[in-house]
Ligand binder design. Sequence first.
Ligand code: ADP
Length: 745
Amino acid sequence: MVHNQANTKAFSESAAIDARENELILKTAQLLQLRIAFAVVGLLLALALAFVAAAEYDLRQVVAIAFAVIVYSALAFGFLKTKWLNTVSKIKCFNALLIGFDIVAVTMLVHFTLGFESDLYVLYLLPILLSSYTFSNPGIYATSFFVSMSYVALLLIENIDSLVALSDASLHGGLAGAYFQKLWAKILARSAILVSVSFIWGGFCGYISDLAQQVTRKLREQLAQNEALVAEVRARAARQKLINSINSTLLNTLDLDVILHTAVQELCSALVVPACAIVCPASEEREKPRVCQFIRSAKPAPRLGLSSDNSQFFPEAVCQFLLVHKSHYERDPRGGGINKTFVIDTPEDAEELAEIKQPLSSLRLESLIVQPIIYGDQSEGIILIASQTAQRNWSDSELELVKAVAGQVAVAIENAKLVEQLSKTNESLRQKNLNLDAKNLELCSVQSQLVHQEKMASLGRLVAGIAHELNNPINFVHGNLPYLKEYCQDLKKIIAALEPGDEQERKPLAQLKQELKYDFLVTDLDNILADLTEGTERIRHIIKNLRSFSRLDEAELKDASINEGIESTLKILSQYYGRDKIAAATDFADLPEILCYPGQLNQVWMNLLSNAAEAVAGVTNPLVKISTHLKQNEVLVTISDNGPGIRADVESKIFEPFFTTKPVGQGTGLGLSICHSIVERHGGKIWFESDGVKGTTFRVLLPVKAKCQTSPSEQSEENQRESDLALGYMTRKPVNSGTGKERVD
Ligand code: ADP
């Protein structure tokens, strides 16, 4: 720290002299006012005496003297205002001159008011009193001496003739001699009284003045102490206010820029400096140091050849240099470190800053404070405080304040670092959470697919089993019906041939025929046979549909017709669709077969059509429209219903697994999610349109050459075999009913 001690001493000395001068001038002015007041009172008294004509002496001289005192006092008053009286000794001489004038005035007053007979000689005490106000004891005694001399001289001059007569021997013993002796005894007595009273009065005034001065000094010291205390308290309050303000900013925000800005701004106004800055080292992301500056007053105009940026007071080079060279701990020999405050007067000329002399010169700094910001053992940056005031003396409390702010800022920077770290950790945790959520969702979806797959596989096996079990008996029935028909015809022919020609012989047969209603029987047998044929035909058709639907687990990609798949699904859903049930309006385009997993696509139509059917339940004139279109290389299937539609608040959820609005036991919430994954697996798209009031339209877009992806739940080969076995596609003989009809295999 470079302190200019000599300057400080000289400054305090000159301040003390100034104060003494001012005090003396003030006292002199007060004395002049007192003189004028005395003279005015004397003048008025003289005028009053003149008015009553009681005076034994010529009052005109008294008036003239009083007037003279007023005039010279007034002139002296004017002179006091001039700049000539600029030293203590000059003011003292001036006072001595005035006292001299006073003594002359009093002497003349005594002379003109009966001389040594005059009682006004007591006025001699006044100049002594006045001198005690501005002079110390030697001055007071000198005044007493001059007062005594003046009076004695006056008496001698006035009575010089009688003194001569006193020495005349002829007058000795006579009346005149006795008179002169008495006169001189009186003169001597008066002189002795005045001289002794003057010195006693002078001593008394000196004592009182000393006493008063001591009291004044004490009071002054007290006052100075009080002022120092008040200044200290004010400084502390300002410091506390600043620290509070930074503290509250620290509490209210975690934004480091805001905290740094508050700190520099408050420091600037607390220290009344033109600019203040906080420089922090570059973080990983930043290449340059973080600089937060506050400029209170306009930056000085740049010197020739130097550029100026009004938003920045300290140039980057200065910040960088000071950060590197002044942000460290000062090692303490006893161990540990000292957080030192660097106070650099006229930094432009400082040797240690020679490297940045040029940028510094543009700032015209008279003083610069560099305060390292230290947290623990680590440097967090520096505070820079610039002063352009000549001979700026930083008080201890100001330097303490800067240090305290550095401490606060260090905590703030450390907090900000922690918060940054925390938010980074949070972000990574959030990311991990999101990944976990995604994985969870994926798992749910796979699980739901597996569950649904298993459900559909079981259903498929059941349907396939039933179809197979029905297939054989119905085949026997259906296959044997033509023979039954033929045999019946044969039997009818035989009965007709056995009809006897004789009327009499035919009678019992005719009677039997009548009893058995042979004609009706023959006709009805044909009807029964026709009904049986139709019935078995229908059963075979149903079985065909069941088999077509139950090809669910076909893992093999094959060309299949979408229209057929939808039709067979509609038939399976005959509990919903059909005569006297929900009207299903189909509009099928002429489509090519598409490469797909037909069983899986059947699941899609099944889910969409059953959802549509359930949606229109309870609607008057329920209608489900199904249409297919060919669009270049894609097939678009549209299934729309006139149900209540899908509410806007659930729209985003309906493809989620396990989301259902149906009552427990009725809905699983898996249908649409399965549809979605199957369609996706085919490289297609599924979406819906609904205004939430009247009806829903589901659309499925499938590529003609499906870019099928492998299903996660693809059936194992074993399952496939089992399924095929159940469906009777493999070389298993149909179960023989045991009727032995060889024609039917
Ligand atoms: P589930 O049918 O078992 O509820 P889905 O996944 O098939 O499961 O359907 C999910 C939900 O989507 C249904 O509960 C229903 O609210 C809604 N939804 C599906 N299709 C329709 C439709 N055609 N009309 C109205 N809502 C529908």
